[in-house]
Design a protein around this ligand. Structure first.
Ligand code: DGT
Ligand code: CA
Ligand code: CA
Ligand code: ZN
Length: 584
């Protein structure tokens, strides 16, 4: 079991014990051990093997044994037992603001509250107020907390977060006395989705900026407003959805530290702080100061100076997940991350021949206007009637049309003939081999029968990957962010098959998909799979989504060289032709 999962198990155990009324010191021990695991200086398996885990402060003898058991067997009977004693909805109550384990215990005992629905019903019927130690005010707070959770509990997509934060940044930067301002948090790390917005600014006097901020017309509710920080709700993108935005002001000489701290991730911050301590320094959101008397703090004007003070190269925000960035930054081996300008063209775009909005000419023109040298048209295949999939007849007509357009383009631009070919239920493709052989490239995607077993789905996709006509796998998991989970599939097996058959895997750059995700993308690249960034554009504007695919690639540590569509047109044409040749 992974270290992070083990830490979560220990946290859950501590919480369940609290709800059960166990001695607080015993409960605390679980949370402390979880925290210690998250900040482990080395690899857990190695530390178990060489005995050094036993020396880690915060993990006592009994918990040490539990950690070893979880790490080696992946399960723990004591945990299973605790879970079995706990109603499934009970831990979810912890997400209600103002409700902790003690309150849960009391309400569970007095009113048999087992879930959010129970909690709400108890509150609405006035029963919470009558429980000893609660009262009408607490009841009202709990009800408000439930409402809050329901409307703000949802995360938002990256492009939505960018749209919300842009006017706020502009506003803050324009305030008198503000020297700098940045969006931090998961947004700055280019995460796929964002829980809340964290905005930081530097000014000698933050007060007036915060006062003006809470009065912005888009602010739906002020959650808090102090001398250095204000929290508000902004209207989100779904019915009754609100997004929290925290604005913090610091002095300009604190900005680098605060920017780093509020950018996170939390795991990265913990490792960074530990690194500072190892150098006799103490790092927090305001300063890098001396941990001991007699030592000297370090002033840092910006983040690169902060990293340098800890003997590290500058770590870009998208790599700050405590996933190897410290070793790489220490040894000068951080990747030079791909940038949007590195893309020379793209594949997997739809035109009005299937379910796109724009004509082939318009798509080509849009791509050229973005400075791209080529565009791959990948309209849907015949089975996907809903998306006006092309029949073989129509495919041949489209080829002729593309040939005609290419004849008019000169050497500096080209449309490639492609298809987003359905992977049928049995893993065969929606066009026969002789038709597939006529395309410049083939994207193979799953669009139907999502409910297969994991084994069936894995075999289905691998069969498509193994087809020599398939150039790249489209949206590998079928997920729609925040609305549809991935189908069941063994992605590691899919990645291995792609490596074996030299089939590329796309990063589908649509901000609703971002599929493959960064973690698997990084893994795929390590296994030698070539990655291609495709916008799955259904309009000219959709081509702009490429930037979100680049964000994923950066979080996956990819350089320009790791991504297929960064080579100049002549090389791309050559690569595609030789792949075609190999398939015949
Ligand atoms: P989100 O909002 O869920 O998409 O994710 P973040 O990463 O933006 O998280 P958020 O908004 O809770 O906090 C922003 C940053 O502040 C986070 O990335 C790291 C830092 N931070 C927050 N809480 C803690 C903490 O307890 N310890 C440490 N070391 N850092 C924290
Ligand atoms: Ca955040
Ligand atoms: Ca926050
Ligand atoms: Zn598709």
């Amino acid at each position: 079991m992974e270290t992070a999962k083990i830490a979560q198990v220990l946290d859950d155990m501590g919480t369940i014990l609290e709800v059960q009324g166990e001695n607080p010191f015993r409960c605390r021990a679980y949370h402390n051990a979880a925290q210690a695991l998250r900040g482990l200086p080395g690899d857990l398996t190695e530390m178990i093997a060489d005995g050094s885990l036993a020396e880690v402060p915060g993990i006592g003898e009994t918990l040490h044994a539990k950690v070893v058991q979880l790490a080696t067997t992946g399960s723990l009977p004591a945990y299973e037992k605790l879970r079995a004693q706990t109603p499934p909805g009970l831990l979810a109550l912890l997400r209600v603001p103002g409700v902790g384990p003690k309150k849960i215990k009391a309400l569970h005992e007095a009113l048999d509250v087992k879930s959010l629905a129970d909690l709400r019903a108890a509150g609405e019927s006035g029963r919470i107020a009558k429980v000893k130690g609660f009262g009408a005010k607490t009841e009202a707070n709990i009800l408000e907390g439930i409402g809050f959770l329901e409307t703000t509990g949802g995360r938002i997509l990256r492009h939505e977060a960018l749209a919300l934060v842009a006017p706020i940044l502009e506003f803050v930067r324009g305030r008198p006395g503000v020297t700098r301002a940045e969006a931090c948090g998961s947004l700055r790390r280019r995460a796929e989705t964002v829980g809340d917005l964290d905005v930081l600014f530097a000014a000698d006097e933050p007060g007036p900026v915060l006062d003006a901020f809470v009065k912005l017309p888009q602010v739906a509710k002020v959650l808090g407003h102090g001398p250095t920080k204000a929290s508000v709700l902004l209207p989100g993108f779904r019915t009754d959805q609100f997004v929290q935005c925290d604005l913090r002001g610091v002095a300009d000489d604190q900005f680098a530290f605060a920017l780093h701290y509020f950018t996170g991730s939390k795991a990265h911050n913990i490792a960074m702080r530990k690194r500072a301590l190892a150098r006799g320094l103490s790092l927090n959101e305001y300063a890098l100061s001396a941990a001991k008397d007699g030592a000297k703090g370090v002033a840092c004007r910006d983040e690169p100076e902060l990293f340098r003070a800890l003997d590290l190269d500058y770590v870009p925000p998208e790599l700050r997940e405590d996933a190897g960035e410290f070793d790489a930054a220490e040894s000068g081996s951080l990747p030079r991350l791909i940038e949007p300008g590195d893309l020379t063209g793209t594949f997997h775009c739809h035109s009005d021949w299937s379910d796109g909005d724009a004509t082939l000419e318009e798509m080509a023109e849009g791509a050229r206007a973005m400075g791209l040298q080529y565009l791959g048209i990948g309209d849907h295949s015949r089975s996907l009637a809903m998306a006006r999939g092309l029949t073989i007849e129509r495919v041949r007509e489209q080829w002729a049309r593309i040939d005609a357009l290419n004849a008019g383009f000169g050497d500096d631009f080209r449309l490639f003939k492609g298809t987003e070919c359905d992977i049928l239920g049995d893993g065969s493709l929606d066009f026969p081999d002789d038709v597939l052989a006529g395309f410049d490239y083939v994207v193979a995607s799953v669009h139907s029968r999502f409910k297969m077993s994991r084994a069936e789905m894995t075999a289905r996709i691998i069969r498509a990957i193994a087809n020599p006509h398939v150039t790249m796998l489209g949206h590998a998991t079928g997920r729609l962010l925040l609305s549809r989970a991935s189908y069941e599939v063994d992605l590691d097996a899919v990645i291995d098959a792609a490596a074996e058959h030299r089939t590329m895997i796309e990063i589908n750059a649509s901000p609703y998909r971002l599929d493959l995700d960064a973690v698997h993308c990084r893994r795929a690249r390590k296994k030698g799979v070539t990655i291609v960034i495709n916008p799955d554009a259904h309009s000219v504007a959709g081509l702009g989504d490429l930037r979100y695919g680049v964000d994923v690639a950066r979080r996956a540590w990819l350089t320009k060289e790791d991504v297929f569509n960064t080579a100049p047109l002549p090389q791309i044409a050559e690569r595609l032709a030789s792949l075609r040749e190999g398939a015949r």
